[in-house]
Design a protein around this ligand. Structure first.
Ligand code: LLP
Length: 421
C-alpha cells in the first residue's frame, strides 16, 4: 500500500486531520483556518533525518516555508537546525527554542544590523551571496571583535527545471556568487582575521521533483571543493540547499532517502566523507502536513462560469495567484448529487484572487472545503490585503487540537497607524 498523500483522509463521510473531523475545527476556531498534522510534520522531518543518522549532518529547516513558533519548536525538539533569511526569522527561531549554533543565514540582502544580530547570537554560518556582502560581514565582525563563520553560496549555473519564479541556480538569477569568482573570494576570506571559512553552499530552486539537478549542482560544488583543497583551503561543511518538491497533483518526487543516498554516494566517492552535510528543506517538511480550511460564502453560477466564493482568499494563500499553482481541493463532507464545475475564488477585489479553477464539486452555500498541501508557503506568505485579518492556525496531535496562532483581530490591523495631528 502506498502512504496517503496527505494526513487528511475521509472517515465516515468526513475529511479528518489525524483523528479530528475538520468540521469540528471549523466550529471551534472558525474559518479560514490553517490545520497542520503534528505526525505528518515529524514524519517528514524523520524522512530526511533517518538516512543521515549515521553521519555528520544537519537538517536546517527553511523557516520561510512556515514560520509558526509551534512548528519551529516541534522541529527544534526533533533536532532540526534552521535556514533563515532575515533578522525576523532569527528572532522567531530563538523564541521557539531553536539552537543558534544550528542556524545558517541565507539571503542576498543581509543588512549590517542583521549581520550583527546573527553574530552576537552565535550562528553556525553565514551563507554569503556576493563579494560586497563578504566585505560587510568582515567589517561588522571586525567592529564587534569577532570572527564570522562563512560559507560561500555559489551559483552552480544548473537548471532546476521548475517554475521560473522559484528557480535560483541559473547564472541570470540574483542569487549566489558566480562559480568562477568563488576561488579568489575564498582566498580573500581565508586571509581575513575576522572571517572563518567553514563551508560551501548552493540552492538551485524549489519544487524540484527529480534527483538529477541536485546531482548536477553537487558535482559542481565538489569540483570547487577540490580546487579549494588544492589551494590549501579546507572546508568543514557542504550545504546542498533546499529540499525536494512535493506531489501537488501528479508530480512524482523521489523520497528524501533516494536524494540523500545519491548525494552522499557522490560526496564519499569524491573523498569527502568527513564533511558535515547540510540540507535546507522547507516545503517537503511542512507542505503535505497542512490544509487551509474554508467555507463557501455563496455560489455564483452563470452561462460561462460558476464561482464558489469562499471566505479564504489570495491574501491567505497566494500560491495560485502568484505562480498559477494547482492545489488539491476537497469537500469536508462530500455531497451526493450532481457536481458543477467551479472556480474557487475569494472576496478580494482582484481577478487574480482565485484558489482553484475548474473543479467539479457538488456544493451548497456554507459547505466546508479544504485546500490540501497548503502547509508550506501558505500562512508564511499571507498578507492583510483588503484589511483581512490573517487566519488562525491549529496543530492536530492525534485526537487533540491546539491553537498555535489565534485569528488576527481587526483592530490589531490598524493599531500601529496614526492620523496626522
Ligand atoms: N534554502 C534557500 C536559500 C531558499 O531560498 C529556499 C527557498 C529553501 C532553502 C527552501 O526550499 P524548499 O525546500 O522549500 O524547496 N514561495 C514559493 C517557494 C519559494 C522558495 C524560496 N526559497 C512557493 O510557494 O512555491
Amino acid at each position: 500500500m502506498t502512504a496517503p498523500r496527505f494526513p487528511f483522509v475521509h472517515r465516515a463521510g468526513e475529511l479528518c486531520c489525524e483523528d479530528v473531523p475538520l468540521s469540528e475545527i471549523a466550529q471551534r476556531f472558525g474559518t479560514p483556518t490553517y490545520v497542520y498534522s503534528r505526525r505528518a510534520l515529524e514524519d517528514a522531518f524523520d524522512a530526511y533525518a533517518q538516512p543521515l543518522a549515521a553521519r555528520a549532518a544537519l537538517i536546517c529547516y527553511a523557516v520561510k516555508a512556515n514560520s509558526n513558533l509551534a512548528v519551529l519548536n516541534l522541529l527544534a525538539r526533533r533536532g532540526a537546525g534552521f535556514d533563515i533569511v532575515s533578522g525576523g526569522e532569527l528572532a522567531r527561531v530563538l523564541a521557539a527554542g531553536g539552537d543558534a549554533g544550528r542556524i545558517v543565514f541565507s539571503g542576498v540582502g543581509k543588512t549590517d544590523a542583521e549581520i550583527a544580530q546573527a553574530l552576537s547570537a552565535g550562528i553556525l554560518s553565514f551563507n554569503v551571496e556576493s563579494a560586497a556582502e563578504l566585505d560587510a560581514i568582515e567589517r561588522v565582525a571586525a567592529a564587534a571583535g569577532r570572527r564570522a563563520p562563512v560559507s560561500l553560496r555559489v551559483n552552480p549555473d544548473v537548471d532546476a527545471q521548475t517554475h521560473p519564479y522559484i528557480a535560483t541556480g541559473l547564472r541570470e538569477n540574483k542569487f549566489g556568487v558566480a562559480y568562477e569568482e568563488a576561488l579568489p573570494l575564498y582566498q580573500r576570506a581565508a586571509a581575513s582575521p575576522h572571517l572563518q571559512v567553514v563551508g560551501v553552499a548552493a540552492h538551485i530552486g524549489s519544487q524540484i521533483t527529480s534527483v538529477a539537478p541536485f546531482l548536477d549542482a553537487a558535482d559542481r560544488l565538489l569540483a570547487l571543493v577540490e580546487r579549494l583543497t588544492a589551494a590549501g583551503i579546507r572546508l568543514q561543511q557542504i550545504d546542498f540547499g533546499g529540499g525536494l518538491g512535493i506531489r501537488y497533483r501528479d508530480e512524482q518526487p523521489p523520497p528524501p532517502a533516494q536524494l540523500i543516498g545519491a548525494l552522499t554516494a557522490r560526496v564519499d566517492a569524491a573523498g569527502h566523507a568527513d564533511k558535515t552535510l547540510l540540507f535546507e528543506p522547507g516545503r517537503s517538511l511542512v507542505a503535505a502536513a497542512g490544509a487551509l480550511l474554508m467555507r463557501v460564502v455563496r455560489r455564483k453560477t452563470g452561462a460561462t462560469k460558476n464561482f464558489a466564493i469562499v471566505d479564504a482568499a489570495m491574501n491567505d494563500l497566494l500560491r495560485p495567484a502568484l505562480y498559477e499553482a494547482w492545489m488539491a481541493v476537497e469537500a469536508v463532507r462530500p455531497r451526493q448529487g450532481s457536481a458543477l464545475r467551479y472556480d474557487l475564488v475569494g472576496p478580494v477585489c482582484e481577478s487574480a484572487d482565485w484558489l482553484a479553477r475548474d473543479r467539479d464539486l457538488a456544493l451548497e452555500d456554507g459547505d466546508l472545503l479544504a485546500v490540501l498541501g497548503a502547509g508550506a508557503y501558505g500562512m508564511s506568505m499571507a498578507s492583510n490585503y483588503n484589511t483581512r485579518p490573517r487566519a488562525a492556525e491549529v496543530i492536530v496531535d492525534g485526537g487533540r487540537v491546539y491553537c498555535v496562532r489565534r485569528r488576527e483581530e481587526i483592530s490589531a490591523l490598524f493599531r500601529d497607524e496614526f492620523p496626522l495631528p
